[in-house]
Design a protein around this ligand. Structure first.
Ligand SMILES: NC(=O)C1=CN([C@@H]2O[C@H](COP(=O)(O)OP(=O)(O)OC[C@H]3O[C@@H](n4cnc5c(N)ncnc54)[C@H](O)[C@@H]3O)[C@@H](O)[C@H]2O)C=CC1
Ligand SMILES: O=C(CO)COP(=O)(O)O
Length: 297
């Protein structure tokens, strides 16, 4: 007789944590969903998922009682500004295998059992394959990569470009402007992401281009919706999303590495009220003329 599968503990009972809980339960797995302040005991064979906003992950992990070194799957898509930019850096002290779950998937779609494909980024092959089997369901198909840095960067940086696209649409600048921002945003994501250690091909996958396409094109994206509200004249501090701290953190990482990131710069300036949406677009259009391929490197 095979040993019973352990419990999937989900830290964070918000939209994404709750949707994942529904998905895994429908797949037949034992799931425990933990709201704010909970500190679950773990047993051998369990899996931990962190599904709180990126800025809350460190505190949630620090509050865990000691336990066996079970795998930890990081689900937040964002960079934190304290120098520990990536979630895997925030969780570096975790004793068990570390993975990131990222890619195009709205909580609302998952919760309805709609077909979704995501990236599971994890370093060790055996641990990665075991997690892939445990967390895949009939509706949720997980693809593996060992590029944990690139996968996390794609998921975080797309938030910034979703804000840019939302702002362009909200301000009535048109679908052509959105396509330009998406494509040049993809170039920027690849340029900064590879400079920070991600692999180029990762950014063409679900965690990069896939999530960029989803969130830049859908009002269901909260980052797109934030941008849209800005484009229609709302104050930038009216709403906070993962994209706001991520834009600031990405800009400082890019400056440190000497990487050109004009769209991230414009979004950071927009969020800190230095420029308006129309000024941001004028600034981007006024950049020195160049070749398309140069921007991809
Ligand atoms: N909503 C979506 O469609 C998706 C969200 N994500 C990512 O999942 C993460 C969580 O997003 P959502 O669930 O949508 O957000 P949410 O706002 O719906 O839920 C966040 C949860 O974290 C808890 N929380 C917040 N601060 C906390 C703290 N300091 N300590 C303990 N708990 C805290 C809240 O009480 C809430 O239950 C984000 O990084 C987001 O980018 C990823 C994929 C899809
Ligand atoms: O990451 C998401 C879907 O893949 C959700 O995007 P938002 O955080 O912008 O809502």
């Amino acid at each position: 007789m095979s040993a019973p599968a352990g419990v999937i503990h989900i830290l964070g009972a918000g939209a994404f944590g709750s949707a994942l809980a529904t998905t895994f339960r429908e797949g037949g797995a034992p799931v425990a969903l933990h709201g704010r302040g909970a500190a679950p005991e773990r047993a051998e064979g369990d899996i931990l998922l962190a599904a709180v906003p990126a800025g809350a992950t460190a505190g949630v992990l620090a509050a865990l009682p000691p336990g066996p070194p079970v795998p930890l799957v990081l689900c937040a898509k964002g960079l934190t500004p304290e120098g520990l930019a990536l979630q895997s850096q925030v969780a570096a002290g975790h004793a068990g295998p570390l993975a990131a779950l990222t890619g195009p998937g709205f909580a609302a779609d998952l919760a309805r059992g709609l077909p979704t494909a995501l990236t599971l980024a994890c370093a060790g092959t055996a641990a990665a394959q075991a997690l892939q089997r445990r967390l895949s369901t009939r509706a949720l198909r997980l693809y593996l990569t060992d590029d944990i840095i690139g996968a996390q960067l794609g998921g975080a940086l797309k938030n910034v470009f979703a804000i840019a696209c939302g702002a362009a649409i909200g301000a009535g600048l048109g679908d052509s402007a959105r396509a330009a921002l998406m494509t040049r945003g993809f170039a920027e994501m690849t340029r900064l992401g590879t400079a920070l250690g991600g692999r180029r091909e990762t950014f063409s996958g679900l965690s990069g281009l896939g999530d960029l396409s989803l969130t830049c094109n859908s009002p269901l994206s909260r980052n797109f919706a934030l941008g849209h509200a800005l484009g229609r004249g709302a104050a930038p501090d009216a709403v906070t999303q993962e994209g706001r701290p991520t834009a600031a953190a990405a800009l400082s990482l890019a400056r440190r590495g000497g990487v050109e990131v004009p769209i991230i710069t414009a979004v950071a300036q927009l969020l800190s009220r230095e420029i308006t949406v129309r000024e941001a677009m004028a600034q981007l259009l006024a950049r020195p003329l160049t070749t398309e391929s140069k921007g991809m490197t």
